[in-house]
Ligand binder design. Structure first.
Ligand code: HSE
Length: 437
């Protein structure tokens, strides 16, 4: 049968992996797709590298827009990244009736609503399995495998760089800065790691998962985003003492009054499977009302793991491109006219437990003052430890965990605790999730 023709924009790490896997597994993939999938054209600024990978088996061009307009191309694979040129390329491809496969989480988190609407009008598919958690088929699971469920919440370790750093900080008791340098030397962190360590990358992915899970438009601009740069190795050690691990989680929860969408370092019980996802691995825990909790684990980055997701999308598009657009899987899992206008809630209205660490004078009445403030703000204590002061010191650390409370109440209590004359400096505050219901 006649091959389906693919134009590949960008043949770097993931593009190269896509070429390699598609070539190596061509026979198996053709048996699944029903016809060969052939990358006929590659656009890249580095034509020498493109030549090295493709070995004369594809047409090479340096103008990506020409690929998006080429009548011979059926599917455009966008692996350029960013959201300026990439957005124009994707919209041009759609305008020219091409299906699009992309790994670009930033583009879809920021401009997904516009892109999906354009695709809908043109009757083309925009597939993005590779945009979330690399090789883990989480989009497929959320959009299709769990389609019977009301998805209640999801929580994911969806950034390998930060998970590697947190694992190293815990294992070796080292500070963030030292481990970041090590991660960069080992190639786990980019030279400019800002998007990873500040939580933006995880927020892009959480935004997409939230939209698919709950059937709401993408709302990246309303997500609460906190990275790991301010995390103190002491808090990792205290959390361990209390039976918890700290992970950078992307969390999305559906409530009657809105969506919680947040990325931040989170204490989770050490006995949870998710707490034991170490190094650069990714995992997503999804709670559906019928199925209960389900967990998806795998490599969230890398050439062939991400290529695995890109090619899965290519096969899906190949199988479905002749189908009536109304009978395809909708981009955001729900029919476009059935998306709910449920807004992401401000962080002050989010609900979770809290870890609080404070430096206090070791004298009578101090704990009584602190617990009274918590009680006045309707915050219930779950666990509390007070360290013996070091030799010759009058101050010591108090660490407490709270039951679930509204963030606004926790903020108010923290401000009142910080105002106590017996409390030195600021209270360190981290959010905590039990992930059991
Ligand atoms: N930089 C990401 C990570 C992979 O560290 O997981 C691509 O999203």
């Amino acid at each position: 049968m006649k091959p389906i023709n693919v134009g590949l924009l960008g043949i770097g790490t993931v593009g190269g992996g896509t070429w390699t896997v598609l070539t190596r597994n061509a026979a198996e993939i053709t048996r699944r797709a029903g016809r060969p999938i052939s990358i006929t054209t590659v656009a890249d600024r580095d034509l020498d590298r493109a030549r090295e990978v493709t070995k004369g088996q594809a047409k090479l061009v340096d103008d990506a827009f020409s690929v998006c307009k080429d009548p011979e191309i059926d599917i455009v694979v966008e692996l350029i990244g960013g959201y300026t040129v990439a957005k124009d390329l994707v919209l041009t491809a759609i305008e020219n009736g091409k299906h699009v496969v992309t790994a670009n989480k930033a583009l879809l988190a920021l401009h997904g609503n516009e892109i999906f609407t354009a695709a809908q009008k043109k009757g083309v598919m925009v597939a993005f399995e590779a945009a979330v958690a690399g090789g883990i088929p989480i989009i497929k699971a959320l959009r299709e495998g769990l389609t019977a469920n009301r998805i209640e919440w999801l929580a994911g370790i969806i950034n390998g760089t930060t998970n590697f750093i947190l694992s190293e900080m815990r294992d070796k008791g080292l500070p963030f800065d030292v481990v970041l340098k090590e991660a960069q030397a080992l190639g786990y962190a980019e030279a400019d790691p800002t998007f990873d360590i500040e939580g933006n990358d995880a927020a892009h992915k959480a935004t997409l998962m939230a939209s698919i899970a709950f059937g709401v438009p993408t709302q990246y601009e309303r997500a609460h985003i906190e990275g790991i740069t301010k995390l103190d190795a002491r808090d990792i050690a205290y959390a361990e003492e209390l039976g918890y691990r700290i992970k950078l989680l992307g969390i999305a929860k559906k409530r009657d009054d809105g969506i919680e969408l947040r990325v931040h370092p989170t204490l989770i019980p050490a006995r949870r499977l998710l707490a034991n996802v170490e190094g650069a691995m990714n995992a997503v825990l999804v709670k559906g009302d019928a199925v209960g909790p389900t967990l998806y684990y795998g490599q969230g980055a890398g050439d062939e793991p991400t290529a695995s997701a890109v090619i899965a999308d290519l096969v899906d598009v190949t199988r479905m491109h002749t189908a009536d657009p109304e009978h395809r899987v909708p981009h955001l899992a729900f029919q476009p006219d059935q998306l709910e206008d449920l807004k992401v809630l401000p962080i002050e209205q989010c609900r979770c437990g809290f870890y609080m660490r404070m430096r206090v004078e070791d004298k009578p009445g101090v704990l009584a003052d602190i617990t009274r403030i918590l009680a006045d703000n309707e915050i219930s204590i779950d666990a509390l430890i007070q360290k013996e002061p070091a030799e010759g010191e009058s101050q010591t650390d108090v660490i407490l965990l709270t039951h679930v409370t509204v963030e606004g109440n926790a903020n108010q209590a923290i401000a009142q605790i910080e105002a106590l004359p017996v409390v030195a400096g600021e209270v360190t505050r981290l959010r905590m999730e039990q992930l059991d219901r």
